[in-house]
Design a protein around this ligand. Structure first.
Ligand SMILES: Cc1cc2nc3c(=O)[nH]c(=O)nc-3n(C[C@H](O)[C@H](O)[C@H](O)COP(=O)(O)O)c2cc1C
Ligand SMILES: [Fe+2]
Ligand SMILES: [Fe+2]
Length: 409
């Protein structure tokens, strides 16, 4: 069973985190390789006349969660359960929590959330459901709870809670990341530095399809003046942000907008027998000659990087270079899959250069070109040829890289 960390975060109001450190998961959403694991964070606030639970955990850890919850409170005393987002990584344990609670707690969420919860867990779970609208406030235990919808972060049901008097933002998926950080919060910069790449990976793989909404929603929260003012941001995954709460949303905004790291070029290719690779070596050499920094991921008979990791490299790259072989009149399967995910989850306005190799009839280059021209990416050039690259191919490849470099400057 995974470890569960229960820690007191604040004295006033009395606030705890119940963090399930899932080191057993291999593929988040049955897709994304996360050897780094993930945490599901729930929070419990004990007020004068109310006990509020913010989100829960995955179904498979419901018993474990209840066991830890019972160390903090008799579940029957929970008066309110706030459901920010109904994805079962936060709600799977809800039916068991409610059962232990005797169905006394009022569940608070959006109308969308009510509908989804009923679909997932049946009528019983939404019997005592309070639908809240964007900006609505409820007085609970002497505090003002303001609910702000942040649609598509990560589902249409999603909202955050702002506890007005204490300036606390409970943000669920928004502000979250993969990984199981050694600390609960951002107090240790070393932990933060190790964690931030997992935040990017989480953003792209989980919320990337809706990345324009990241920028929109953060603009909305900034407009409400609650980010700069926040005392703490408490997400549903990963670190709590209390040393510098605004930092995580600034980071989210940068990833959502595809803010670049100067000189970084993502080079991605497959090579079964080395012909694509020989082309990519020329490309990489020309990139370096032009002062750029290629970050290389390749699929060969010895290595197969995780697409989730590749996706995490896209937002801050200045450009992409995709190398592919033609495979049964198609794009090589590994690149095909990676590309489909890139144009879906990390669809940014960035230049792309395509390199292809084939045996008897090139198809990969044209098919990649079609995918790229239909996306937000800009197509710079396609250099595709047969077999081993000759001197003429080499010149074309170098020229194409120089064209890409000119595009960037
Ligand atoms: C399983 C397989 C399927 C292939 N299918 C095609 C094809 O449909 N059309 C083609 O022109 N070449 C095809 N080829 C040839 C490769 O595209 C060509 O050898 C290319 O140079 C491979 O580059 P690599 O050595 O970097 O993998 C195929 C090769 C393999 C091994
Ligand atoms: Fe989610
Ligand atoms: Fe989540």
């Amino acid at each position: 069973m995974p470890a569960v960390r229960v820690e007191k975060i604040l004295e006033e109001p009395e606030l705890y985190i119940i963090r399930v450190d899932d080191d057993r998961i291999k593929y988040f959403e049955a897709t994304w390789d996360i050897p780094e694991g993930i945490t599901y964070n729930a929070y419990l606030m004990k007020l004068k006349d109310a006990v509020v639970l913010f989100d829960a955990t995955k179904a498979e850890y419901a018993d474990l969660f209840l066991e830890k919850l019972k160390e903090l409170v008799n579940p029957g005393e929970i008066t309110h359960i706030i459901v920010h987002h109904t994805e079962p990584d936060h709600t799977g344990a809800l039916p068991k929590v409610l059962e232990a609670n005797g169905y006394k707690a009022q569940i608070i969420g959006t109308a969308f959330a009510r509908n989804l919860l009923e679909g997932f867990y049946g009528e019983e779970v939404v019997k005592n459901f309070k639908i809240v609208k964007d900006g609505e406030e409820l007085q609970i235990g002497g505090r003002t709870f303001r609910f702000i919808t942040v649609p598509w972060l990560h589902w249409p049901d999603t909202m955050i809670t702002y506890v007005v008097e204490d300036k606390l933002i409970f943000s669920c998926d928004a502000g979250g990341g993969y990984g199981i950080p050694e600390t609960i919060d951002d107090s240790d910069e070393e932990v933060v530095q190790k964690y931030l790449p997992y935040v990017t990976k989480y953003i792209v793989t989980v919320i990337g399809h809706y990345h324009k909404y990241i920028v929109q929603n953060i603009k909305k929260l900034k407009g409400l003046g609650i980010i700069d003012d926040a005392r703490m941001i408490l997400p549903g995954h990963g670190l709590i942000w209390r040393k510098n709460p605004a930092r995580v949303f600034e980071y989210y905004e940068a990833v959502g907008a595809g803010k670049v790291t100067k000189g970084k070029v993502l080079v991605l290719y497959d090579s079964m027998y080395g012909f694509v690779e020989r082309r990519m070596e020329i490309v990489i050499d020309e990139l370096r000659k032009n002062g750029l920094n290629p970050v290389v991921y390749r699929f060969t008979d010895k290595e197969a990087p995780a697409v989730s990791d590749i996706l995490g490299e896209v937002p801050d790259s200045e450009a992409l270079i995709i190398g592919a072989s033609t495979y049964e009149a198609e794009i090589h399967p590994r690149i095909r899959y990676a590309l489909y995910e890139i144009v879906d989850k990390a669809n940014y306005e960035k230049p792309v250069l395509i390199v292809g190799a084939f045996g008897w009839g090139g198809v990969a280059g044209r098919k990649i070109e079609t995918l790229i021209t239909r996306s937000k990416f800009d197509h710079v050039d396609t250099v595709e040829s047969k077999g081993a690259p000759g001197p003429e191919d080499e010149e074309k490849l170098r020229e194409a890289v120089r064209k890409l470099v000119a595009w960037l400057s």
